[in-house]
Ligand binder design. Structure first.
Ligand code: ZN
Length: 182
């Protein structure tokens, strides 16, 4: 039976806290939660289930959004229509990034932010993320474009940062000349 996750709203103070590094082995509860996050994120990107379970489409979630201040992120990337790649990274760190900056043309959204927030969020076009898989093996992921944005968005959650913090209030929109819009 599918049971929806209880995702915290932006007003919850836990979303503004710094999450702690996770020790291995992961607890059974944490592993189960990761499975549920993957399931819900996948369902949310498949129209039939999105409607059936009344989900908001999302590609990523971080543990603090579920009230747990642990450095774990989950991203379900639809790299091709109907095909998904799951990324679970424990204690993720961005170890290198491109100089080039991009922003999602339509802005960003967040499953903890239940309103439209307009504005471009500047992000690195490419990042290399290091961390651990659920078994504690060291992993390294190179991400670009939308996937790079997703990693930066989720890692921000571990540091108490929400995407709209990064929107320049005096100049919320960039032109194609100033930043590459994707
Ligand atoms: Zn978010």
């Amino acid at each position: 039976m599918f049971k929806k996750l209880n995702i915290l709203d932006e007003k919850d103070k836990r979303l503004r806290m710094i999450s702690k590094d996770v020790q291995f082995p992961l607890s059974a509860e944490d592993k189960e939660l990761i499975d549920r996050m993957i399931e819900e994120l996948t369902y949310s990107q498949i129209e039939e289930y999105e409607k059936k379970y009344n989900l908001r489409p999302g590609t990523g979630l971080a543990f603090p959004q579920l009230g747990l201040l642990k450095r774990i992120i989950v991203i379900v990337d639809e790299y091709e229509k109907g095909k998904f790649e799951n990324y679970v990274v424990v204690n993720p760190v961005i170890v290198s990034n491109s100089k080039e900056m991009i922003a999602a043309d339509v802005g960003e959204g967040c499953l903890s932010v239940n309103r439209e927030v307009e504005g471009h969020v500047p992000r690195y076009a490419r990042v290399t993320v290091e961390g651990y898989d659920i078994d504690g093996n060291k992993i390294k992921i190179r991400a670009r474009e939308e996937l790079a944005i997703a990693f930066q968005h989720e890692i921000d959650h571990l540091n108490g940062i929400l995407f709209f913090d990064r929107i320049n209030k005096d100049k919320p929109f960039f032109s194609e000349y100033e930043i590459r819009l994707i």
